[in-house]
Write a protein that binds this ligand. Structure first.
Ligand code: F6P
Length: 539
């Protein structure tokens, strides 16, 4: 075991500097059991890390680093309600929302109370006991929110909602009026329940959309009646009251729930309403299963820890600061967007928790699309670009449709992509293929360099038995905990997001200037030029 943090980092750097540090194929040759050695199960999921260049020595060094960093102590501090978000002086208790934290009875009881209110409300809406101003049943839930108050619910809705579910979910995230215009034709105000989802209840975009929708609702069902169509999901009781939402229509949560970790809180009400209470509860239970695994499994079997250590090896060992996420399930098409916020808003930091410069790279750029569509867009770069891009493949064994051939093709492609990244195709193999296909010498000489696949390109694969609320909950929680572990390993605060503030501040006077059609002094020349051009084009 490494005795100090410095020793553990130094050992890792030393291993990463070895000429064979990026080689994966020889590791399979050396260990026929590599899949078994580097695959782990937890929360109902399987994680395969064998197609990375993590050798047994690297694995040991990574685990030493996790120990030397005190990952377990930090995890336990989070679980016991300690301040793990020191720049905002807050705990991070999203696990309490899914009933995983016995050590914080107050937060757990509070979460239960809110969940119970959500259940009662949801079932009353479904039974038609809570109705709109014109006494019609609600059949549509419109969630207005942005960032964590939108991405999580949208992602889960796309993954799980099916025709015939209790209510039709519609999301309004972006402040772009085209978004509102696009959803408007789908809405019947008399049957629409509007949720204003905002932790702070001050977010400019959400409040602008809320005002827009309130005006539309008032025009449709009258000013008095409109109130019965609105619900707020927030931590800011004063602001919800000022907006005119009565206390019994506010579902609260607390500042110890970060926006990108909030879909389990009142922010998930649109999910409960649209999917039904049971399935929302199963989602929470699935996340709780991953929580238990994270809290109890030893480091060397702990999926979030292993996933985090793999990323650290890629980012800090091999200098690979990008990662692609390819869920092989169309229903998970918004998962990459959710992970972009979860990971990049959490880990895109360059100072330590104590405010010093981080001496190494931190959060990578995350992007992705469902497979197989992604294969026909950015995977060219992943296979043959100059620098490897580690990939997360997510496979679902059993589909919820009867088109067996389609599913075979889908799965085969997912497996083939990681196999191709690993195996590659060298010049001799390419030449042999081309000769067999009848190519002449000149064509072979010209095309061989273009057809070589370097191989030894890393990926991990996560396998779900099927996509249902429980497995999805576990999958999301896996990534949440991975983010926390990386924050600990990098000694950064994964729970704040100061980096989004400056743009918000600068946007406020610009709104005025656009309204008054006059750039104010103080901007840089480019911003004045652009503003002037936009105003000119609007004339
Ligand atoms: O983009 C910054 C952010 O604060 C996110 O962290 C958050 O999820 C989003 O804005 C929305 O914030 P709120 O829920 O307070 O409207």
């Amino acid at each position: 075991m490494a005795d100090t943090l410095e020793t553990a980092w130094a050992r890792l750097k030393e291993l990463a500097a070895r000429p064979d540090a990026t080689e994966i194929r020889p590791l399979f040759a050396a260990d026929p059991q590599r899949f078994a050695t580097f695959s782990n199960r937890g929360g109902g999921l399987l994680l395969d890390r064998s197609k990375t260049s993590i050798s047994p020595k690297v694995q040991a060094a990574l685990l030493d680093l996790a120990e030397a960093t005190g990952v377990e102590a930090r995890r336990d501090l989070m679980a016991s309600g300690g301040v793990v978000n020191p720049t905002e002086g807050r705990a991070a208790l999203h696990m309490a929302l899914r009933g995983s934290l016995e050590g914080v009875p107050e937060a757990s009881a509070d979460a239960e109370r809110t969940l119970e209110r959500m259940r009662v409300f949801t079932e009353a809406v479904h039974r038609g006991e809570i109705r709109g101003a014109t006494n019609q049943r609600f059949d549509t839930v419109l969630n207005i929110g942005i960032g964590g108050s939108d991405l999580g619910p949208v992602m889960v809705t796309r993954a799980l909602w099916r025709a015939g579910d209790p209510m039709r979910p519609i999301h309004l995230g972006n402040v772009d009026g085209h978004g509102w215009e696009a959803v408007l034709p789908q809405l019947d105000a008399r049957r629409t329940l509007v949720l204003i989802a905002s932790k702070t209840f001050t977010t400019q975009e959400t409040m602008a959309n809320a005002r827009l929708v309130r005006a539309w609702m008032e025009a449709s069902v009258g000013k008095l009646g409109a109130a019965s169509h609105f619900v707020a999901l927030s931590t800011n009781m004063e602001a919800t009251e000022a907006f005119g939402i009565s206390a019994d229509r506010v579902f609260p949560f607390h500042d110890y729930v970060g926006g990108r970790f909030s879909l389990w809180s009142a922010i998930g009400l649109s999910l409960a309403l649209s999917l039904g209470w049971e399935r929302f509860r199963e989602l929470l239970d699935g996340a709780a299963a991953m929580d238990r695994h994270f809290l109890e499994a030893p480091l060397e079997q702990n999926l979030p820890v292993l996933l985090a250590l793999t990323e650290l090896w890629h980012v800090n060992g091999l200098g690979l600061n990008r990662r692609a996420v390819l869920p092989y399930d169309e229903r998970l098409r918004r998962l990459p967007a959710h992970l972009q916020q979860l990971e990049m808003e959490s880990l895109g930091k360059r100072v330590t928790i104590h405010g010093a410069s981080v001496p190494h790279a931190t959060g990578p750029i995350v992007f992705g699309e469902p497979g197989t569509s992604a294969q026909h867009s950015f995977m060219q770069l992943v296979h043959q670009g100059p620098k490897p891009v580690p990939v997360d493949f997510i496979l679902i064994a059993r589909p919820d449709h009867r088109h067996a051939e389609n599913h075979r093709i889908l799965l085969a492609n997912g497996l083939a992509q990681s196999e191709a990244l690993l195996a590659g195709r060298n010049a001799a193999q390419v030449e042999e293929d081309m000769r067999r296909a009848g190519a002449d010498d000149a064509t072979i000489a010209r095309l061989v360099p273009h057809k070589i696949f370097p191989g030894d390109r890393p990926s991990v694969t996560i396998v779900l038995p099927q996509l249902d609320p429980a497995t999805l909950g576990a999958l999301i929680a896996l990534y949440e905990h991975k983010v926390f572990v990386l924050g600990t390993l990098w000694n950064i605060n994964p729970f704040d997001q100061w980096g989004v503030e400056l743009g918000k501040v600068l946007a406020t006077p610009l709104v005025k200037e656009l309204e008054q059609r006059r750039p104010a002094p103080g901007h840089d020349a480019s911003t004045i030029g652009l503003l002037t051009e936009v105003l000119r084009l609007q004339e």
